[in-house]
Design a protein around this ligand. Sequence first.
Ligand code: NIG
Length: 391
Amino acid sequence: MTEATATLVTGIAELTTNDAELGLLADAALVLSGERVVWAGPARQAPAADERVDVEGRAVLPGWVDSHTHLVFAGERSAEFAARLAGQPYGAGGIATTVAATRAASDAVLAATLRRLVAEALRQGTTCLETKTGYGLTTAEEVRAARLAAEHVDEVTFLGAHVVPPDWQGTAGDYAALVGGEMLDAVTPFVRWADVFCERGAFDADATRSVLSAAARAGLGLRVHGNQLGHGPGAALAVEYGAASVDHCTYLSDSDVDALAASDTVATLLPACDLSTRQPLPDARRLLDAGVTVALASNCNPGSSYTTSMAFCVATAVLQQHMTVAEAVRAATWGGARALRRERGDGAVGVLCPGARADVHVLDAPSAAHLAYRPGVPLTHAVWRRGTREV
Ligand code: NIG
């Protein structure tokens, strides 16, 4: 077997490793071989390699880890967005529009959208993506969504409990039983995670409990959409069930924050969604100061957050949510990886240290501070994913 070519990446002005020992390095280098990082450290100590790429004084980060998206859909909802700008509130009801469009779309159309958005994200430095089902809401449609998602992204989440579909109105308990029964059994081969939208207008605490319990029995990891549109039981249930993350967290009580701080559940903030739905931006400082692990994700979907830009999320978190640049970058890389339980071990993502996946994001800037200092400017200069240069 031939040895993989070792590539020395040099000329790194600032290297964010997210590694406890390596930390943030100035004047650094990296060595990539095959799909892995094999060395990271000060440039003066860099080992020899087969080839060398000089990034000429730019900043280097782990690729973004976008731990919350909904990419299996058809159609778009710009008319709903325009209505929001005119004062209509965002509600879970719009999801039904996308459900109808998605059910009517062919596999080829859904796969083309997935490919387009994954490529769009990659061009902006996103190298690890989670996506959810949830716009099918029948057993056959949820299986189709899970199968297509598994062909295109790193992590797939079953979100049959997104909303009660129009054909089940008035029988939410029966629909939740279907989700936690036949639907869950059918999608399990394609997914690692199950999620519930625990919110007024979607699933209440009892229905959330029944789906999370069934998913846990089936061996899936758990996630919860919680506390997006108002205070509610989502975050507390996520902690009670040991979910890997609770996502949105726009409205958290002090006891929610305390429970999260004492748990392994990551609070995933979705600033692009809060802006698009005209919700308040939650104060990340409150969470960080309490000791909560925070992730940032795009929540790319056609209703509440139609963007793949993790850089936009980072800039917003810094400019509006009281995160430092270092905290926001960590939340969009290591934090996302932690929310997906992929932050350690062989092939870890969101970190740049020996053994990590060679997912590398070179900014066209000397420091990560430029992500917030120059918001909206496309700053991705180069991207390696699994050791292959993609951008
Ligand atoms: O995470 N909150 C529920 N689900 C999505 C929105 C989906 C939609 O509006 O189509 C979210 O924001």
